[in-house]
Design a protein around this ligand. Structure first.
Ligand SMILES: [Zn+2]
Length: 304
């Protein structure tokens, strides 16, 4: 059975260290994080997918242009990554407006048709499939099936149905991206098995993520499920200590127990260390004869 590895990259200005959107972070994503990932993909002859927020593309169009010569796919990560514009907070009309706005910006800069979407913080709701259709999208990659740690993240309860969502790619229902149905939106799930197969987890616990990698390879050989890894260029940068780590929760106990620990863990292996860890994963799949392609290419193969 042919095996696929989908390298997916969420490009945004979120500072992991300072827990907010920052222009300084966006500049580092442009000058450090994205070039490091592009070098790695070039070296390994890998085609990848880059999801950009409309905001970062508008302010730093060069970050979109720089991926084009390598044949990577330009995809959409919403317009804004701010909490107030999370897709699970917006109604149908606002979602369509945000999607169209971001799509237009990305298509104008890249001169390519943008059809793939990943929601900021993977937050979606019952309006998202129809909003995606209305805005001209064909592919979604916001669902991480059987990912148990979702319950510690934003919109946890709304992510409950993802515990039971299909593992193999599927066409979604018209009002739920996490279940099969007859919409025109093709879901390519992010790899997870209790734990998510993403850069954050790879940096927090490299050893356990390697076990997950081996497990996902076995599953892929058995079922044909593509491996879909999520990383951010903002994980591949280093930021200076010009500020204390932002305190987000008003509740001091919650802050001490959860956020401080969570933030400290999230700072592990940032910068070049993240690239080195990622390279080991890519080599593992390279040696196992995986095809590395974009989401658009994968969908074409699927429908052959
Ligand atoms: Zn994001």
């Amino acid at each position: 059975m042919k095996k696929y590895f989908l390298a997916t990259n969420d490009v945004e200005s979120t500072s992991i260290k300072f827990n907010k959107q920052r222009d300084i972070t966006a500049e580092k994503v442009l000058k450090e994080g994205t070039p490091l990932l592009l070098d790695l993909y070039n070296k390994s002859e890998i085609k990848a997918t880059f999801f950009f927020t409309g905001e970062i593309a508008e302010k730093y169009p060069e970050v979109v242009r720089m991926i084009l010569p390598c044949g990577h796919e330009v995809a959409c990560h919403g317009y804004s990554h701010e909490d107030e514009f999370a897709f699970d907070k917006m109604g149908y009309h606002d979602q369509v407006i945000h999607l169209r706005q971001a799509k237009t910006i990305l298509e104008d800069i890249s001169g390519t048709k943008v059809i793939s979407f990943r929601a900021p913080a993977l937050r979606v709701n019952e309006f998202t499939p129809k909003a995606l259709e209305a805005a001209g999208f064909e592919i979604d990659s916001s669902i991480a099936p059987q990912r148990a740690d979702s319950f510690l993240s934003f919109g946890a309860l709304k992510k409950l149905n993802r515990l039971f969502s299909p593992r193999l790619p599927y066409y979604t229902s018209a009002n739920n991206l996490a279940v099969k149905g007859d919409s025109s939106i093709f879901e390519i799930p992010i790899s997870a098995f209790i734990l998510p197969y993403i850069g954050t987890f790879m940096r927090i616990n490299p050893a356990l993520t390697k076990q997950l990698m081996i497990l996902l390879d076995k599953e892929s050989a058995f079922t044909g499920k593509p491996v879909n890894f999520l990383i951010h260029p903002n994980e591949c940068i280093t930021e200076d200590d010009e500020d204390t780590v932002a305190r987000r929760s008003a509740n001091i106990i919650k802050y001490l127990l959860a956020e401080k620990l969570r933030t400290r863990m999230k700072l592990n292996n940032l910068g070049k260390a993240a690239i080195d860890l990622y390279e080991e994963h890519l080599l593992y799949f390279k040696n196992k004869d995986y095809t590395f392609c974009t989401l658009k290419q994968y969908k074409n193969e699927y429908n052959k």
